[in-house]
Design a binder for this molecule. Structure first.
Ligand SMILES: [Fe+2]
Length: 355
């Protein structure tokens, strides 16, 4: 959904970085009561428009025991702390600088859920598919089904995924993710806005380039009038939203929420990222102000190829955002706000994800 997701995704692009089935957690979580292969049944039209248009879709994953409070508490008890991100934030959607990391590593699942229900907390359990094989199977089957029914998307494969658990009344600021992703809403009610993809009124081109290069956080400047141009929905359990790659979006929770964010990569999505990467590292450095973003033809193919080769050879200087996740706030189930202040600020456990 946000933040270090595309660094993780970048790792996940490489076949040899994938965790083998035998390495996956044999989770204590109860196996789903839903046949995840039948987790959704979309129309031909919905598959045809997938990734091309903003769509409100239906699914059945909310019926799975994988997302019950009991399952979530067990999951949070054991979840690797470098993969468990926690944030708090303010109430003004125009002030994304109030997005603040929170220490969560010392709390167990019960304490986290208690704090979350009374506080202002957003939790990303990143790499959920790699940690727990039951969630992994569900997500793999999800994208196998989408791939089989979407011939306009080539070489589609499941990429970065995270389980999102969040407090009532909190928000996720206006932001943009590098890879094509979507939101599967599982429990609770949240308001969701999606804005037109790569529309320079809402997303200057250099923002996308800088997000690809990790020189900029995914959160972006936002003004309330953008909402006049957004698709908005009050999401309930069993609904999902999908959108074209690089569509900015934001969230305001009504109740406690559980959702799953999933992303994929494909020949088309990789080309788009590659073109923006090449624009940032090659064309911008040459002082070229009008940098083309088209993806069809020989030149875009060469741009994208050059970007990925240089990236693979570690020739591109990437920004490092994770080491800045220093905080003096921690999850505290005994506090009225679910949070408490620490004496000294220090790096959160999830800031060490790349080290
Ligand atoms: Fe997102």
């Amino acid at each position: 959904m946000t933040d270090i997701s595309h660094q993780l995704h970048r790792d996940a692009e490489l076949p040899d970085s994938r965790i083998s089935d035998s390495q996956l957690s044999d989770s204590p979580v109860t196996i789903s009561s839903t046949n995840s292969t039948d987790g959704f049944d979309w129309s031909d039209e919905e598959y045809k428009n997938f990734s091309r248009e903003i769509q409100l879709l239906k699914h059945e994953y909310h019926k799975s025991e994988l997302f019950s409070d009991e399952s979530l508490i067990k999951l949070l008890d054991d979840y690797p702390r470098t993969w468990l991100q926690c944030y708090t934030m303010g109430t003004n959607p125009e002030n994304h600088n109030e997005w603040t990391p929170v220490h969560i590593a010392e709390s167990n699942g019960t304490e986290i859920m208690q704090a979350l229900k009374k506080g202002r907390i957003w939790i990303n359990a990143v790499n959920i598919d790699k940690y727990d094989k039951h969630y992994g199977k569900l997500i793999e089957e999800m994208y196998t089904k989408i791939s089989a029914n979407c011939p306009h998307i080539h070489n589609l494969r499941n990429a970065f995924n995270a389980l999102l658990i969040s407090s009532p009344g909190i928000q996720v600021y206006y932001h943009l993710d590098t890879d094509p992703n979507m939101l599967w809403h599982i429990r609770g009610v949240k308001k969701f806005w999606v804005y037109p993809a790569r529309d320079k009124r809402f997303t200057p081109q250099n923002y996308i380039e800088e997000i690809v290069a990790q020189e900029r956080h995914e959160n972006m400047p936002y003004q309330s009038w953008y909402d006049d141009h957004a698709y908005s929905v009050s999401l309930e359990e069993g609904q999902a939203v999908s959108w074209p790659q690089h569509s900015p979006h934001r969230v305001e929770n009504v109740t406690v929420n559980v959702s799953l964010t999933s992303s994929y990569e494909s020949s088309e999505s990789r080309r788009l990222v590659g073109v923006h990467g090449a624009n940032y590292y090659f064309l911008k450095k040459l002082g070229i102000k009008n940098r083309p973003t088209n993806t069809q033809g020989v030149v875009p193919a060469l741009k994208s190829f050059s970007y990925y080769v240089c990236n693979k050879l570690s020739l591109l200087k990437k920004g490092s955002r994770t080491s800045t996740y220093v905080s003096d706030i921690k999850v505290d189930a005994n506090s009225e706000t679910g949070l408490s202040k620490m004496k000294i600020a220090s790096r959160t456990a999830f800031s060490y994800i790349d080290e």
